[in-house]
Ligand binder design. Structure first.
Ligand code: PEP
Length: 274
């Protein structure tokens, strides 16, 4: 298997000037949805100031609720353009989700890293076509999938990178799994911290953690960020919005810019100590 760990090999790769799998613990931050240009630029400036390494944000969104409204929408092509404006303004590289094969070229042109979301983790034709681009990929874990399923999904992409004769550029991202008991009525998922060392035992791919999607509850994000670093996470993703209460999607889980700054200040010494 391409993604199988050999005793002395861990994948490191560079993307948008940021190293994955090395000493740095890259932090990707931004809103769930790229709602408008002003929002994404303001977020990018704020997260950069607080020390983020990557801007995240969805233009094409796998929204659970199918009805779109003035408050609940996708910005699609426009959203990609606005991500590029924010990148120009701040220099932050961009990660954004791709959901369909027909949109791969468009999304790839407008980001530094392609994100495969939890719902598409086992969309094998999509994984293969994304792999063929040779671009760095963040592969989120399916919320009902085992580590084995996840690594086999990564293998679809790794195989294509291998066929292109290039090193594997995949970062895994744990984002919470469905569990019989969660801790709040609104919680849907449980952050599986144990999968971090488990994955590192058997694969050379770096593994990140996304406490925002896992907890679905902002007050728990800081402690789960710290716990993820302590568990050995190679990177972190979280949702940040300048005005969480009015976020179009996921208002309960996103951190404000002030909360993000506080989280970064708490995380830095832990990351340095590991
Ligand atoms: C996201 O990161 O925007 C997202 C939708 O995450 P997930 O696929 O983990 O639900």
């Amino acid at each position: 298997l391409v993604a199988k760990r050999s005793p002395d090999h861990r994948t490191t790769f560079e993307c948008g000037g940021v190293e994955f799998g090395g000493k740095l613990v890259p932090v990707m931050a931004g809103p769930n949805t790229v709602e408008n240009e002003e929002l994404i630029v303001k977020t990018a400036i704020g997260i950069k100031k607080a020390g983020a390494h990557f801007l995240r944000g969805g233009a094409f969104k796998p929204l659970t609720f199918p009805y779109r409204s003035a408050k609940f929408f996708e910005t699609r092509e426009k959203g990609l353009e606005w991500l590029q404006v924010a990148k120009k303004e701040t220099g932050l590289p961009v990660v954004t989700e791709v959901m369909e094969i027909s949109k791969i070229d468009l999304v790839a042109k407008n980001c530094d890293m392609l994100q495969i979301g939890t719902r598409n983790m086992q969309n094998y034709p999509l994984l293969t076509e994304v792999g063929k681009t040779g671009m760095p990929v963040m592969l989120k874990r399916g919320f009902g999938n085992s580590l084995r399923d996840w690594l086999m999904a990564a293998e679809y992409i790794a195989l294509e990178h291998d066929r292109l004769n290039q090193p594997t550029k995949i970062v895994l991202c744990e984002r919470g799994v469905v569990a019989p008991h969660t801790h709040r009525a609104t919680s849907r998922f449980l952050l599986d911290l144990q999968v971090i060392p488990a994955a590192q035992e058997i694969t050379h791919l770096p593994i990140m953690s996304d406490p925002s999607h896992a907890t679905f509850w902002q007050p728990w994000v800081k402690s789960m960020m710290l716990a993820s670093i302590a568990a050995g996470a190679d990177g972190l993703m979280l949702e940040v919005h300048p005005d969480p209460k009015n976020a179009a999607v996921d208002p309960l889980q996103c951190s404000s810019l002030e909360q993000f700054d506080d989280i970064m200040k708490a995380c830095r010494p832990v990351a340095e100590a590991i």
